[in-house]
Design a protein around this ligand. Sequence first.
Ligand code: AHM
Ligand code: MG
Length: 344
Amino acid sequence: MTQYKGKKMPKRLGVTISRQIMDSQRLHPQATGDLSGLLSELIVAAKIISAEVNMAGLADILGHAGKTNIQGEIVQKLDEFANSTIKRRMEQCGYVCVMASEEEEEIIPVLDGYEGKYTLAFDPLDGSSNIDVNVSIGTIFSVHRKVTGGKRGTAEDLLQKGSLQVAAGYIIYGSSTMLVYSTGEGVHGFTLDPSVGEFFLSHPDIRIPERAKYYSVNEAYTNYWFDATRRYVSYLKEIDHESGRPYSLRYIGSLVADFHRNLISGGVFLYPRDKKNTDKPEGKLRLLYEAAPMAMLVKEAGGLALTDDGRDILEIEPTHLHQRVPLIIGNRKDVEMARSFFAG
Ligand code: AHM
Ligand code: MG
């Protein structure tokens, strides 16, 4: 038996994601099954997006991309496809009352009569600039409980801090498609077996290695960095035989892929503020769709996520949907260490 926060969960071979979700629901006798339902709908969306992503390289060969398809519809770009797939799937599933997508300016209502008790914030296809070159990309999601009265969900329901998430996760479309998620009982990874169309438990109870191997940052921006960032990255590159430093640099430019590698192999990722984008004083990444869900996962895996001024990402109260936030995320020791560099 595996222990999650003192509760016992059976560990079996060939566990499907649906089985895992149901097992986890059983640990909460008061559960209505709505969260399980929500996750199941998301999984279907993930499979549809995964199939489309895998076909992306063939689109030109088959004469589809950017052209009119046989039904006379314009074939969508992949990020738009991912966005509408999740929207359509969730707006009438009955488990969600309102959504927000990185691709859309405003909140996304659900269909009348289908209002559920959860909210969903998602980045439908993160790292989409990598699509054309076959680099791993991903979908990120974050779920909160509705907090306002009435049936309709509002922006207020979405603007909740990360520590109140009831579930978070991502799907990585890479050499294989994986879904990694947490409902607050550890972090679990599932790999899609395309031959049967099912996600199987491949990485139960993931713990981020305490000792890092990698650091991930866009080092081309060095000249735009503030001094603290420079000093912190120099620290990561220092030779230290006890810690195994210098770490190796790995940067894909696709948060899901960079985060996934560091979660499994050990590492720290940072996207700090810099002087490059004066229109983005808080860095590039979004609190609701990127930083907060990854912060929940890393915390559940034993790591930590802070801003570059030492605030806990999970404790930030969002003020607007597309809020950006500087992010340092990874193994606890190196992220804690960042505090001393960014404090002064
Ligand atoms: P996107 O949401 O527009 O795809 O941008 C987010 C992506 C992240 O996946 C990645 O970490 C970052 O942008 C890379 O940015 P940069 O090219 O500035 O290093
Ligand atoms: Mg994104």
